[in-house]
Ligand binder design. Structure first.
Ligand code: ATP
Length: 489
């Protein structure tokens, strides 16, 4: 009944066939690592976004949301360190001219070894890679690639260049370009949403009279010129992040870091996804701004991979912005410090960040929901593809299906539709056999279908069918709204 084979190719095809995700500008052969969300996908994505937003802002007294612009003053990226440090070590194969991110190339090799049963070698190579990356030891990394005779998947050769750093930010021209070409109009497409929060720290704190500890949340597009874009929407060049920066008193970062680590995993588990599909991965190599960091990893169809990062960012960003902007980024804390009996006074707050990719979360939700089920018997083959999406995230909550197009059944169905559509998304369908309509709703992840038949005219009852169990029962029309609302709230 359940997924035992690699479901990934089927899932990608399903996303396209049912209007979840299309390759960007597909009629022109697409654009690598850029995707469009279709009529079902945009709805599911919005529901995930809303679910995160509500959890982080509405359900926390001390977290507010903002929506900063994608373009920011270029000095932002100098201050944040992105211009100097937002690099990935890359290596080119001289024969195929293909460029690889060094960690991806080595990880790919380790995956192959694992699949071939050489677990020890795979572990050893990854351990070695982590240690070398932590030291930025490019000579050592090159030697690791050479010693293990890691090949390019296209040319099949080991003819590699030296390892070099490449910046991942996209840039463009801002405003009119001076005729002389002398003015520097270069601006960047933001590679993370976090900086929009940092530069607004004082605005929000003052206008919202926020008291530490407090958080600022934001959802928005980010852009990274990923050299190796793989695995469908897992790694894109244009993607969406859901980030929250939590501003705290210096010295309390360890406890808040642990708090947000636990809190964010709880959010994932509350969606009904089992705990054994998740794990933490503590960073060995810390980013230039962090004093502790971990990833929440999920077991995607292609292995455990990062879906969210929790970072203890110290006061790095605010201090940098203070230095570059010459504006004070301080907070006055009038709470009493019991050790001195005086207020804590002025300081630059420390920050814990939670950062999750909306598209990655989408892929996670779809990977978990997607099932190819064999429902047949030896003499009667039958199968279905079902998306067991959490009801609150499903694009359509209720399908309303009159058994026939006549005898007044569509009129009753329309009345039910009108009574429910303001509360949740409904879908009306009268074409095809009822069995075919159920299967289509399973494929879209619709948790409830109600069928209106001739008995409905006599006793005001309908058949409700539950997606996951395929069980059906007779219920009064008046109960439909309550059943659906209870599941999605
Ligand atoms: P990775 O190691 O996978 O490149 P990262 O550690 O650089 O990710 P962060 O900078 O911590 O990622 O970004 C936070 C989150 O944003 C990630 O956990 C991921 O969910 C998402 N994310 C980052 N880069 C991409 C991308 N290219 N496409 C889709 N989502 C991304």
């Amino acid at each position: 009944m359940t997924n035992t084979k690699n479901i990934f190719p089927g899932l990608i095809a399903h996303c396209k066939e049912y209007g979840f995700i299309f390759p960007s500008s597909e009629i022109y052969e697409g654009l690598q690592a850029v995707y469009d969300y279709g009529q079902m996908g945009s709805e599911l994505k919005k529901n995930i976004r809303d679910h995160w937003w509500k959890n982080m802002t509405q359900l926390h007294d001390n977290i507010v949301g903002i929506d900063a612009a994608i373009f920011m003053h270029p000095t932002t990226w100098k201050a944040s360190g992105h211009i100097d440090n937002f690099n990935d070590p890359m290596i080119d194969n001289k024969d195929s001219k293909k460029r690889y991110r060094v960690d991806h190339l080595i990880e790919g090799f380790a995956d192959e070894q694992l699949a071939a049963g050489h677990e020890e070698l795979a572990k050893e190579v990854l351990k070695c890679m982590d240690a070398l990356l932590a030291k930025d030891d490019f000579t050592g990394l090159k030697k690791l690639i050479d010693d293990n005779k890691i090949k390019c998947a296209i040319s099949g050769t080991c003819n590699w260049t030296d390892i070099r750093q490449f910046n991942l930010m996209f840039s463009t021209e801002f405003g009119s370009i001076a005729a002389t070409g002398e003015t520097d109009n270069k601006v960047y497409l933001r590679p993370e949403t976090a900086q929009g929060i940092f530069v607004n720290f004082l605005n929000v704190q003052k206008s919202g009279r926020m008291k530490i500890p407090f958080g600022i949340a934001q959802v928005g597009k980010a852009f990274r010129n990923e050299i190796v874009a793989r695995q469908f929407i897992f790694r894109m060049r244009e993607f969406e992040q859901m980030e929250m920066q939590f501003f705290i008193r210096p010295g309390t970062q360890k406890e808040w870091y642990e708090y947000w680590k636990a809190e964010r995993l709880k959010w994932h588990l509350e969606l009904g996804i089992p705990g054994n599909k998740y794990r933490y991965h503590d960073h060995v190599k810390l980013a230039h701004y962090a004093d502790a960091a971990c990833d929440i990893e999920y077991e995607f169809p292609f292995g455990f991979k990062e879906v969210e990062g929790i970072h203890s960012r110290t006061d790095f960003d605010l201090t940098q912005h203070q230095e570059y902007s010459k504006k004070k980024m301080q907070y006055f804390d009038n709470d009493i410090d019991v050790s001195t009996g005086k207020p804590f006074g002025n300081y630059i707050p420390y920050v814990i960040e939670t950062s999750i990719g909306l598209d990655r979360m989408f892929l996670l939700v779809m990977s978990h929901a997607y099932e190819e089920q064999d429902l047949g018997t030896p003499d009667k083959p039958d199968s279905r593809v079902v998306l067991k999406l959490p009801a609150k995230l499903a694009p359509i909550k209720l399908a309303i299906l009159p058994l026939t197009k006549k005898d007044g059944l569509p009129e009753i169905a329309t009345k039910i539709m009108d009574a429910c559509r303001a509360d949740f998304r409904c879908f009306y369908e009268e074409k095809d056999s009822i069995g075919k309509r159920y299967r289509r709703m399973d494929a879209l992840g619709t948790p409830f279908c109600v069928t209106i038949d001739h008995q409905t005219k006599e006793d005001d009852t309908v058949t409700i069918r539950y997606r996951d169990t395929m069980l059906q029962e007779r219920i009064p029309i008046t109960k439909i709204r309550d059943i659906v609302t209870k599941e999605i709230s």
